[in-house]
Design a protein around this ligand. Structure first.
Ligand code: ADP
Ligand code: MG
Length: 248
């Protein structure tokens, strides 16, 4: 059964617990072990960066943590709920309530304004229009985009579009934000502004933030860096003071 744990995650309780997590994909007659017995705990309120070369399993791990895919072996719990044994309906509900996703390509709806994009989760939740627009307006203000709320994505810069996507990810007030290379399509200065916003979501709103990234400047924002190679964790540490300085 899922959804039985109604208590809120707090500092002493990890937001994410992963034990012996593996994912194997079949490609024709070939098997690819994308993730190989990964175990990790992420405390509530931590900013975790998942790093590693292309193909090392970063996205696979993130998707398993977010309930977008299912493990081949092992256990995943997020916010006290076991994802590996959840029904598809419960998983869909888990994703809506618990996780805000941000992707490299923004995935905004081009025909909708920034306001409509951010308010979209409220449409699915059945919120009345004035309530959804009020919340979307507040979130866009938080992102510094109050003046842009009636613009369509094509009328916004890449950095602005990603901030709209972050506002949308926050709409249902999820405790966890997950981002897959959120700055991958942005220049480095704009990318830093986006990382800065994610850091603020962690520090001021208390969100647990998990970001897959290649950006070396991440050391400035993350509390912890997890390095993957060939589907395994090969390093798990805090950024050094030196790294925090170097990226200025
Ligand atoms: P990363 O995000 O670190 O670049 P991925 O997690 O996307 O890596 O992929 C890890 C490995 O798993 C790669 O070898 C990739 O080709 C393989 N892989 C990922 N998704 C699939 C899939 N849906 N089908 C088959 N192989 C996959
Ligand atoms: Mg990836």
């Amino acid at each position: 059964m899922s959804g039985t744990n109604g208590s809120k995650a707090n500092g002493s309780r990890p937001m994410v617990v992963v034990e012996g997590l593996s994912k194997t994909f079949q490609l024709g007659d070939q098997w690819v072990r994308a993730l190989d017995a990964v175990s990790v705990r992420v405390p509530a309120g931590q900013f975790l960066a998942i790093m590693g070369p292309s193909g090392s399993g970063k996205s696979t791990l993130l998707y398993l943590l977010g309930g977008l895919d299912r493990p081949s072996e092992g256990q995943v719990s997020v916010a006290g709920r076991r994802l590996d044994s959840m029904s598809s309906d419960d998983l869909a509900q888990f994703r809506r309530e618990t996780v805000g996703f941000i992707f490299q390509a923004f995935h905004l709806i081009p025909t909708m304004t920034a306001l409509q994009n951010v308010a979209l989760p409220g449409v699915f939740a059945g919120l009345p229009r004035d309530q959804r627009e009020q919340r979307a307006t507040w979130l866009l203000g938080l992102m510094g985009l109050r003046q842009r709320m009636h613009h369509k994505p094509s009328q916004l810069s890449g950095g602005q579009q990603q901030r709209v996507a972050i506002a949308r990810a926050l709409f249902n007030n999820p405790p966890v934000i997950m981002a897959d290379e959120p700055t991958g399509a942005l220049d480095s200065k704009t990318g830093q502004a986006v990382m800065h916003v994610l850091r603020r979501m962690c520090s001021t709103l208390g969100k647990t933030v998990i970001v897959v990234t290649h950006d070396p400047a991440i050391a400035r924002y993350a509390d912890r860096m997890l390095l993957l190679k060939d589907g395994r964790v090969i390093e798990d540490r805090a950024p050094s003071q030196e790294e925090k300085r170097d990226v200025a």
